[in-house]
Design a protein around this ligand. Structure first.
Ligand code: SF4
Ligand code: SF4
Ligand code: FES
Length: 249
């Protein structure tokens, strides 16, 4: 698109100054000017830079509607899903600073490698275990049962990694399973159909598990789906502690 056409599309609010992390080896931050537009999201801004100013800019997204969890970045110091974050909500005096998520290796620019994040889901046994002889019929789970309510509270996670990026314990201890994997484990602990609870509770109660959480709530504060991994982890702490007492008595 020509510069004139770009300017014509801009609304009357003028320009945004956008600082984008390009890696220490490339001088750190690079600054771009982007036209402000009505209802513009942070992801719109990054996409406009990549399409119209610098095609080498690397970032990640897929759905653009808050479902896939792939577009998270640090925006003005705060981890966010960028496809559902409006510029008007995140900019500070017309300035936006974009960095890759923390606690994961950077592949390039704003794209991080999420492999360790997903490996921890596996390590926390964050998958349904039907047992060796699953029932043929559908299980009946009452919608108003306490277990169902606990599972419902955490089940809408989109694996975006925002909570993981916000967690200082992950920064201090890279082995820590982290809020998303533990939140997932808690939904499965409350799944009455699951037959893998012993292995799961063993997995989440080790040195890098739920008891390492300092309950400082960053994960819960920043989760774009308004989930509360801190409370899920508190549930795991209760259940694993009770299990130890039972074994000792
Ligand atoms: S509450 Fe626990 S998991 Fe959440 S950010 Fe704090 S230390 Fe990390
Ligand atoms: S718990 Fe929330 S912040 Fe963490 S991965 Fe899931 S949706 Fe993202
Ligand atoms: S692009 Fe899918 S959640 Fe943002």
């Amino acid at each position: 698109m020509s510069a004139a056409a770009t300017a014509a599309r801009a609304d009357a609010d003028g320009q945004l100054t956008v600082r984008v992390w390009r890696g220490a080896e490339h001088g750190g931050f690079q600054t771009f000017q982007v036209a402000r537009r009505a209802n513009q999201t942070i992801l719109d801004v990054v996409t406009e830079i990549q399409r119209e100013q610098d095609a080498t800019l690397a970032y990640r997204y897929a759905c653009r509607v808050g479902m896939c969890g792939s577009c998270a970045m640090v925006v003005n110091g705060r981890p966010r899903w960028t496809c559902r974050t409006r510029v008007a909500r995140a900019e500070e005096g017309g300035q936006i600073t974009l960095e890759p998520m923390r606690n994961m290796p950077v592949v390039k620019d704003l794209a991080v490698d999420m492999e360790s994040f997903f490996e921890k889901w596996r390590d926390a046994k964050g998958f349904f275990e039907p047992g060796e002889t699953p029932a043929n019929d559908f299980a009946v789970v009452r919608p108003d049962s306490p277990e169902r309510a606990q599972a419902d509270a955490g089940v809408e996670c989109i694996n975006c990694g925002v909570c993981y990026s916000a967690c200082d314990v992950v920064s201090w201890n890279p082995e820590y399973l982290g809020p998303a994997a533990l939140n997932r484990a808690w939904t499965l602990v409350n799944d009455v159909r699951d037959r893998g609870q012993d292995a799961r509770l063993d997995a989440v109660s080790g040195d890098a598990g739920c008891h390492s959480c300092h309950s400082h709530m960053s994960c819960t504060e920043f989760c774009p789906k308004a989930l509360a991994p801190t409370y899920a982890i508190a549930g795991l702490k209760r259940v694993t502690a009770r299990r130890v007492w039972k074994r000792g008595s």
